[in-house]
Write a protein that binds this ligand. Structure first.
Ligand SMILES: NS(=O)(=O)c1ccc(NCc2ccco2)cc1
Ligand SMILES: [Zn+2]
Length: 245
């Protein structure tokens, strides 16, 4: 079982909604905030987009932890064990971590939506540009610093395989891509988003397991970790490109 409680980080007022999720739906001064609602009419097929090349080695997985606002799996990014290239990317990017966002019920929970449809959860595989930057922390706030793959989760009888990153991707590799931001602080506008069109299927008990995690730390009033997604942000002057027609 994952460590259910959040690490005892900065003390928070009891039974307050996690401050992170009270962030206003706007990003003051931002020009490319995430997440967004993906609409067919805002997107354009780009035939120049290459397939995304994904190579993950489960042996580079380090540990799973409750960050205090989501569940995160960390990877050894000291070499190019696991990473992606191609697609909309001008360099190879190295896998640093993946994490999930989810709702209290199946009707919502994903950060991005497609034609106003929300999924029960969304997986983010976070990669950094190891050609342009020395480390993840620098890349996370720099231009062309991060590439995040978004995968929608929908519930079904089928069970998700073990948390091996390669079995977390849909078989259909059609995707949308757009320039955006981190969806949690520091909200840096450093992300090339790559969102797969097709969801992966997870068993109901796996979604239920996410909802047993806590925002609260040991000794604090228990507060279920649910609805850890940022509100939708305006598209502003951006084009969403699709790899498919
Ligand atoms: N939800 S997400 O995929 O947009 C995302 C991805 C990565 C970070 N990283 C936050 C960070 C900044 C410096 C070190 O670590 C925050 C949010
Ligand atoms: Zn995320």
């Amino acid at each position: 079982r994952w460590c259910v409680q959040a690490p005892c980080g900065p003390r928070r007022r009891n039974n307050a909604v996690h401050p992170l999720w009270k962030d206003p739906a706007s990003s003051p001064g931002g020009t490319r905030p995430s997440p967004i609602n993906i609409r067919w009419r805002d997107s354009v097929y780009d035939p120049r987009l290459q397939p995304l090349s994904v190579s993950y080695d489960a042996a580079s997985c380090l540990h799973v932890w409750n960050t205090g606002y989501l569940l995160q799996v960390e990877f050894d990014d000291s070499t190019d064990w696991s990473g992606i290239s191609g697609g909309p990317l001008e360099n190879p990017y190295r896998l640093k971590q993946f994490h999930f966002h989810w709702g209290a019920v199946d009707e919502w929970g994903s950060e991005h939506t497609v034609e106003d449809h929300a999924y029960p959860a969304e997986l983010h595989l976070v990669h950094w540009n190891a050609v342009k930057y020395q480390n993840y922390r620098e890349a996370a706030t720099g231009e062309h610093g991060l590439a995040v793959i978004g995968v929608f989760l929908k519930d079904s009888r089928a069970a998700l395989g073990p948390f091996q990153p390669s079995c977390l991707l849909p078989t259909c590799r059609d995707y949308w891509t757009y320039p955006g931001s981190l969806t949690t602080p520091p909200l840096s506008e450093s992300v090339t988003w790559i969102i797969y069109k097709k969801p992966i299927e997870v068993a109901q008990d796996q979604l239920a397991a996410f909802r047993t995690l806590l925002f609260s730390a040991l000794g604090e009033k228990e507060e279920a970790m649910v609805n850890n997604y940022r509100p939708l942000q305006p598209l502003m002057k951006r084009k969403v490109r699709s790899s498919f027609q």
